[in-house]
Design a protein around this ligand. Structure first.
Ligand SMILES: Cc1cc2nc3c(=O)[nH]c(=O)nc-3n(C[C@H](O)[C@H](O)[C@H](O)COP(=O)(O)OP(=O)(O)OC[C@H]3O[C@@H](n4cnc5c(N)ncnc54)[C@H](O)[C@@H]3O)c2cc1C
Length: 402
């Protein structure tokens, strides 16, 4: 075998979290290698697609605090790269006025003094035409929220990393990891060594962690990303100031429904259900295939239509300008932890292996902050935020035999 290339740090996985971590490491002048199993760009993980929502409205303060910096870091990257990555649209939040989920969203904004506009049933349609507010629902707009251009952001993070001397090797699947003072990583094409390793493998996290004797309670779920045709093209267009929206709960809705203004595909609006696998497995009256666990290497083997039926019903009732039949369905994957909080930690046995995993369907907006935190953990620095909600020790970790 040829001699191995030596780096300061190796990052496995060029999704949003790995790309930003590699960028942060190279900014500190560390010789960094970013490994990706597929040819870049690809649509097989969790970070692809044109848009992701960015918002500060979180029930947990630790996320809302991180997002204060998140917005600044996204703006900084836009300036550095000279590329627009964020468009402010506002986020319309709707839900039963007295329900816990709706009140939690609202009180987070109030507590953090995030600018918001409360709507009433009387003035709702003056501000938000072509949406029906359900009886008993409250509504407000988080005016700071908006859209991140996801594919573009990923490309920019990787380009900035490369510009600073970082090395990206795609089409190289990691097939073995040997821990030690120096970590040895073998791929389908070569062998590499480094003093530190970061694993940000998205839905493949446990497949990678098996090489370092760790198994996390992660559940991988395939998500239908649905686009629906507008009855009149551009009725819900971003240029008409239609906002992103989120329904916290509603009749027949298991988890929240969210949507984006039309923009990415002409005449189509993206509306999806935020799928919570546990909520689904508790439910008995939906067409449901054998549990929701997805093997990321066989993502499209099982198709589940329950969310699409829920969306159809919601759209037919509340979005009169949208045809309630999906025009385009794309796929993506969530990697869920039991408490839906991320994993940002060092390996319990190998201090020079850092793990970023379990982003539970809401990690994109945090990309630049996660990159900074995983970089700080790798360098042995004090992390900028309290990482106790994200520690591995909160799970009962199951060790797999080596
Ligand atoms: C439908 C959908 C909607 C979402 N909406 C939002 C939103 O509005 N706002 C928000 O903030 N978040 C959102 N998210 C969540 C967000 O997109 C994810 O949390 C984030 O993309 C996770 O990134 P990641 O880097 O952990 O994983 P990934 O993007 O999957 O990256 C992991 C990478 O590791 C690579 N890899 C794996 N194994 C190996 C190996 N053996 N060798 C080499 N490379 C390997 C993979 O190929 C992949 O490229 C959404 C997610 C989905 C699916």
């Amino acid at each position: 075998m040829s001699t191995s290339e030596v780096y300061d740090y190796i990052v496995i996985g060029a999704g949003v979290q790995g790309s930003f971590t590699a960028y942060e490491l190279v900014k500190t002048k560390k010789k960094t290698l970013l490994l990706e199993q597929f040819t870049l760009p690809h649509t097989r993980g969790s970070s692809h697609g044109q848009t992701r929502m960015i918002r500060k409205a979180y029930d947990q303060n630790f996320y809302a605090d991180m997002m204060d910096e998140g917005y600044e870091l996204w703006a900084q990257l836009e300036r550095e790269a000279g590329v627009k990555l964020f468009r402010r649209t506002g986020l319309l939040v709707m839900g039963p006025e007295n329900s816990q989920s709706y009140l939690d969203f609202k009180s987070t904004l109030e507590k953090k003094k995030i600018p918001m506009m409360v709507l009433t049933p009387d003035n709702f349609n003056q501000h938000i035409p072509n949406v029906i507010l359900a009886d008993g629902d409250g509504a407000f707009v988080d005016t700071t929220a908006g859209v991140l251009y996801a594919d573009r952001a990923l490309k920019v993070a990787q380009e900035q990393f490369h510009k600073l001397g970082g090395v990206i090797k795609d089409q190289e699947k990691v097939i073995d990891i040997k821990p030690g003072l120096t970590v040895t990583v073998s791929t389908s094409a070569g062998v590499y060594q480094a003093m530190g390793l970061v694993i940000t493998a998205g839905p493949w996290a446990n497949k990678l962690l098996a090489h370092v004797n760790l198994h996390l309670p992660l559940e991988v779920v395939r998500i239908n990303v649905c686009y629906w045709k507008e009855k009149v093209p551009d009725l819900y267009h971003v240029n008409k100031r239609f906002p992103c929206f989120l329904l916290t709960e509603g009749e027949g809705v298991k988890d929240h429904i969210y949507g984006f203004p039309s923009n990415e595909y002409p005449g189509l609006i993206k509306i999806c259900e935020h799928e919570d696998a546990q909520a689904r497995s508790r439910s008995s009256n939906i067409c449901y295939h054998n549990g929701s666990e997805t093997d990321p290497d066989q993502r499209d083997k099982k198709t589940d239509c329950a969310d699409i039926d829920i969306l159809r019903r919601y759209i037919a009732h509340y979005l009169p300008g949208v045809i309630p039949d999906p025009a385009v369905i794309e796929s993506c994957m969530y990697t869920l932890t039991p408490d839906r909080h991320f994993v940002l930690d060092r390996h319990p046995a190998y201090g020079n292996i850092v793990i970023g995993a379990g982003f539970s369907g809401h990690g994109f907006k945090f990309g630049p902050v996660i990159g900074k935190l995983l970089c700080e953990l790798s360098l042995g620095e004090l992390p900028s935020y309290d990482l106790s909600p994200f520690q591995i020790s909160r799970f009962q970790t199951i060790k797999s035999p080596l």
